[in-house]
Design a protein around this ligand. Structure first.
Ligand code: HEC
Length: 150
């Protein structure tokens, strides 16, 4: 009798452990990251630019970036105050270099898929357009934005 009981108990325990042992882990991932993006995409954005370290500030590059910024960005962005889009003075402290460049080079997909970009869209209610920048131009603007950081 006792043997039967123990056997039954063992079966129950096994069944409890065996059933969908990795289901809770998958669920936790889905809850933490409902976007389905990779950790790299969440940190660095979606687009042609992969994570990189920009190195020491290049003043000449930043100066070129300032010119592009005036032409392509200043209609919507100021440094310290909200305008059509968010202020950008501290953007290099809150977003990775690759994220900022992917936002410049691939705004439509960022606004469609990236949770942080979608949140900004919900806040500013206006689509940041693709300015058809080259990667070199976007890199120069990034340098200018780095120079603006307090
Ligand atoms: C027509 C207006 C417009 C232009 C031009 C524009 N942006 Fe934007 N930008 C926005 C808006 C609005 C947002 C917020 C997201 C949204 O609603 O699309 C945004 C978001 C951003 C973000 C993300 C900010 C954050 O906190 O994540 C960056 C970075 C950015 N813009 C940089 C630039 C740069 C650099 C340029 C010039 C190459 C530029 N933008 C040109 C309107 C514009």
């Amino acid at each position: 009798m006792t043997t039967t009981l123990y056997t039954l108990l063992a079966c129950l325990l096994l069944a409890a452990c065996g059933s969908g042992s990795d289901a809770p882990a998958a669920e936790a991932v889905a809850v933490a990251n409902p976007s389905g993006l990779s950790a790299a995409q969440l940190e660095h954005g979606i687009g042609p630019i992969e994570a990189f370290e920009p190195g020491p500030l290049d003043a000449a590059l930043a100066e070129r970036g300032a010119e592009y910024f005036k032409l392509k960005c200043s209609a919507c962005h100021k440094m310290d105050t909200r305008y059509v889009g968010p202020p950008l003075a501290t953007i290099t402290q809150t977003r990775s270099p690759a994220y900022i460049m992917n936002m410049m080079l691939n705004p439509a997909e960022m606004l469609e898929k990236h949770p942080e970009a979608k949140a900004k869209l919900a806040e500013f209610m206006s689509l940041m357009p693709n300015q058809n920048l080259t990667q070199d131009e976007a890199r120069a603007i990034l340098e200018y934005l780095r120079e603006q950081a307090p």
